[in-house]
Design a protein around this ligand. Structure first.
Ligand code: Z5A
Ligand code: MG
Length: 212
């Protein structure tokens, strides 16, 4: 019997676009269909590096240097490099809630943070087979229940981040833009359909690495 790897799926999008909801539902539905799937979330706040990130996000008085926090977010992904590859190589699909593109988007909108510099620490990480971008119009974004208390949770930052995500979706070959304004179930059915196709499509192809 020939070896079959899992698919590497990422969901990106602005705050409250439903990423975590959709990631959980995908893992659940793949499981129901007898397909192995595991959920990973970035930032992963449970590791020591993730703890520093969580403190930065929740404590707005924390004055960590912009390049330092950028590298911590990237390091938090590198911590999971082997885990992601092991899962994929063991035939388990990996569903990821935010990835390198969030890292690049949220950092590169800051003053004096060059986007090419921001991309470099992500180079060499496993490349997703498919990235879903959940989109909301500015009006829809503003109408979602109030932002929380964390850093970055304001409409101007989210609008700037949305523009970076849009550029990725236009330039990268493996992105699919999905309106996040539909019902949770309708969005899920759309995503699941594409994920099932992707699982079949990549099962015998090598895992690629990110390059920008
Ligand atoms: N960040 C960074 O700077 N650099 C990096 O490298 C990474 C991240 C990886 C924390 O991220 C911050 O870290 C984030 C980017 C930055 N800052 N911001 N903004 P996070 O992932 O921990 O948190 P978040 O994604 O921003 O927020 P969130 O609340 O987890 O959003 P979500 O996952 O997209 O949404 P959700 O939890 O699935 O749903 C939110 C609510 O909407 C919930 O009540 C749902 O039931 C409801 N919902 C979901 N879907 C729908 C639909 N379709 N209709 C109506 N209501 C819905
Ligand atoms: Mg979330």
């Amino acid at each position: 019997m020939s070896f079959k790897r899992g698919a590497f799926i990422v969901i990106e999008g602005v705050d409250r676009s439903g990423k975590s909801t959709q990631c959980r539902k995908l893992v659940e539905s793949l499981g129901v269909k007898g397909l192995k799937a595991e959920l990973l979330t970035f930032p992963d706040r449970k590791t020591p590096i993730g703890g520093l990130i969580s403190n930065y996000l929740t404590d707005k008085t924390c004055t960590l240097n912009d390049k330092a926090i950028h590298l911590l977010f990237a390091a938090n992904r590198w911590e999971k490099n082997e885990r992601i590859k092991d899962l994929l190589n063991n035939g388990c699909s990996v569903i990821v809630d935010r990835y390198s593109y969030s890292g690049i988007a949220y950092s590169s909108i800051k003053k004096d943070m060059d986007i090419n510099w921001c991309m470099q620490p992500e180079v060499g990480l496993p490349k997703p087979d498919l990235v879903f971008l959940l989109t909301l119009t500015d009006e829809e974004m503003a109408s979602r229940p109030g932002f929380g208390e964390e850093r970055y949770e304001n409409i101007n930052i989210q609008k700037s981040v949305k523009a970076v995500f849009k550029k990725f979706a236009e330039c990268e070959d493996n992105w699919k833009v999905i309106s996040a304004a539909d019902t949770i179930d309708k969005i899920h059915q759309q995503l699941l359909k594409d994920v099932l196709i992707k699982v079949k499509e990549v099962e015998t192809s090598p895992i690629e690495n990110l390059k920008f």
